[in-house]
Design a protein around this ligand. Structure first.
Ligand SMILES: Cc1ncc(COP(=O)(O)O)c(C=O)c1O
Length: 384
């Protein structure tokens, strides 16, 4: 039996709609959108537009042009952070941010003299929004927060942080890498300036495609990270200042966009509250089973409603990389050990530098697989 428990890294299984869309586009069209004066290039542009519209619908945007495609969320976050922050600005982040946020900010500290404050975050990943309020000072410009920890699955209070950002006229950047596709995200209600997403995790698209949704007035103040050909206003040497072209230079990952379109079409037909309830049920089953083993420590929130399908654990006296190896080699269970590109989160959790073993459920995880993981863990724990 093979059990995929690494959905926080990427979702391995995809809906048929993804394959069908990619195959159809690749075989029948495969021309460069916006780069030719013939029907097939125009058709390619229509396919890209369709995905933009589907994503606009998925995140409840006013205009599809507010969706900008990037290769992944890391690039999306880099554009938002580097495009909005100026010398001397102060930024608030949670204590469980991924390196996709921490590393660009570390570079900006060095090169642009920005200041970063970490909102006090408990080892379980909780923050009190009042603590964020207390850190705001005259040069504070932005709050950046992940919707859920990619290590232990804790959901963060992005709605409250969004309200605080709005009250204080701060930019609010949301990293929805771990939740888009499972939890409803309404761009209009979130008070987000920029909502970043990656296509290949719970959104079920292929790897190499992501993007962001941006408020039009925020986009006006945001500088692009790179400039180049957009297929539009080619008589000008200056970058277009309209969306999405301002941020989409160079040939797009059209196959990725088309595949993501297939995935979002599939997700739009689903009731996300059912998806979430199923995830909660299976996650609770796994957590309850794991917590019964005496030498297993499970990290993360106490309140089950604040838990995504991502679980972090350690077994006393066992290296989590070795445990990962045994689970894979002997039981066919795929997990991820170590630090998960999130050293800040591990410092907050008290698990730096050894890290944890991460098991992450996804759309296609079954109850049978959860039973199998628990039986396998029992067998491993019996011999160590
Ligand atoms: C919370 C979070 N942010 C950012 C990323 C980076 O995603 P990508 O590699 O798709 O850019 C990840 C991926 O693991 C993540 O979990």
């Amino acid at each position: 039996m093979q059990v995929y428990m690494d959905n926080a890294a990427t979702s391995k299984q995809k809906p048929e709609e993804v394959f069908k869309a990619i195959e159809s586009f690749f075989k029948k069209i495969n021309c460069n959108p916006g780069r030719g004066g013939y029907g097939l290039s125009l058709d390619a542009g229509r396919w890209v537009m369709e995905t933009r519209e589907l994503i606009g619908k998925f995140f409840n945007l006013k205009q599809a042009s507010q969706v900008v495609f990037t290769p992944n969320i890391t690039v999306a976050l880099n554009i938002a952070l580097k495009g909005l922050l100026q010398r001397g600005d102060h930024v608030l982040i949670s204590g469980v941010e991924h390196n996709a946020v921490v590393r660009p900010l570390t570079a900006l500290k060095k090169y642009r003299g920005i200041e970063v404050s970490v909102i006090p975050t408990s080892p379980q990943g909780h923050i009190e929004s009042d603590d964020a309020r207390k850190l705001i000072k005259p040069n504070t410009k932005m709050i950046v927060c992940t919707h859920a920890s990619n290590v232990m699955g804790t959901l963060l209070p992005i709605e409250e942080l969004g309200r605080i950002a709005a009250e204080h006229e701060l930019y609010f950047i949301v990293d929805a890498a771990q939740t888009a596709g499972v939890l409803p995200l309404d761009f209009e209600k979130l008070h987000a300036s920029v909502l970043t997403f990656t296509g290949h995790k719970h959104l079920l698209g292929p790897m190499g495609i992501g993007g962001f949704c941006v408020k039009e007035d925020v986009a006006r103040h945001m500088l692009p990270l790179y400039e180049g050909g957009t297929g539009s206003i080619s008589d000008k040497e200056e970058q277009p200042d309209f969306l999405p072209d301002k941020f989409e230079s160079g040939t797009l990952n059209t196959l990725g966009i088309v595949g993501l379109g297939g995935a979002v079409k599939y997700l739009l037909q689903k009731d996300l509250s059912e998806v979430r309830n199923r995830e909660l049920e299976l996650t609770q089953k796994l957590l309850t089973g794991l917590k019964q083993f005496p030498n297993v420590t499970v990290y993360g929130p106490q309140d089950e409603k604040l838990q995504t399908g991502t679980i972090a654990l350690n077994v006393e006296g066992v290296d989590n990389a070795e445990l990962c190896f045994v689970l894979d080699e002997q039981f066919g269970i795929m997990t991820r050990p170590g630090l998960h590109c999130a050293p800040l989160a591990h410092r907050t959790m008290g698990t730096f530098p050894e890290g944890v073993l991460r098991l992450s459920l996804g759309h296609y995880t079954t109850e049978e697989e959860i039973d199998y993981v628990l039986e396998s863990m029992e067998k491993i724990l019996a011999v160590i």
